[in-house]
Ligand binder design. Structure first.
Ligand SMILES: [Zn+2]
Length: 175
């Protein structure tokens, strides 16, 4: 799956593109937080005289790990971002940023993959936990017993992130 838009030779006007984003994008970036995704990204490219702008909107769900029970949790993802596309000859800045992308005039297409990935990552909910009472009870029980065990052999040096070691342990056991 690529996320490229062909820009060379476009007449002035508006162009629309759709990119269905699935879990493979996050595997590609080696992102362990997002296990799966089903997000439709719509791009409206507007070309004027000497400028180009892309409005990138995404709507869907991402599957992440619940912070409490470590089971899978689907969270809504929604964003709307604006990205200016500049030719390297027009802009003074030499590097792309999160607000604009610099494209060499000789390039025929612009790759939005990194931008789409970033937009999704920064628009995830800050706290990802199941609503109260909807956590996986088996996972919670497992975690409780593991936490008790870990507590025996451990001093209080890890007091602020009691689950950080447990996550790894669970991952190795294949849940
Ligand atoms: Zn949970």
């Amino acid at each position: 799956m690529d996320y490229k838009i062909h820009i060379s030779g476009l007449a002035q006007g508006k162009y629309e593109y759709e990119f269905p984003v699935k879990g493979d994008l996050f595997k590609e970036f080696d992102n362990q937080q997002i296990m799966d995704a089903d997000i439709l990204v719509k791009v409206v490219l507007e070309k004027g005289s000497g400028w180009m702008n892309a409005n990138v909107e995404g709507q869907g769900t991402a599957t992440v790990e619940c912070d409490r029970c470590l089971d899978e949790l689907k969270v809504p993802v929604s964003f709307s971002e604006s990205l200016a596309i500049r030719s390297a000859k027009l802009g003074e800045e030499a590097e792309s940023s999160d607000e604009f992308i610099i494209v060499d005039p000789s390039e025929a297409e612009v790759d939005l993959k990194q931008f789409i990935y970033d937009y999704i990552c920064v628009n995830l909910p800050l706290v990802t936990v199941h609503p109260d009472g909807e956590c996986n009870p088996e996972m919670l029980a497992k975690l409780d017993s593991m936490q008790a065990e870990e507590g025996k052999g451990q001093k209080d040096n890890d007091i602020y992130s009691p689950f950080s070691g447990l996550k790894d342990l669970l991952g190795k056991k294949g849940k």
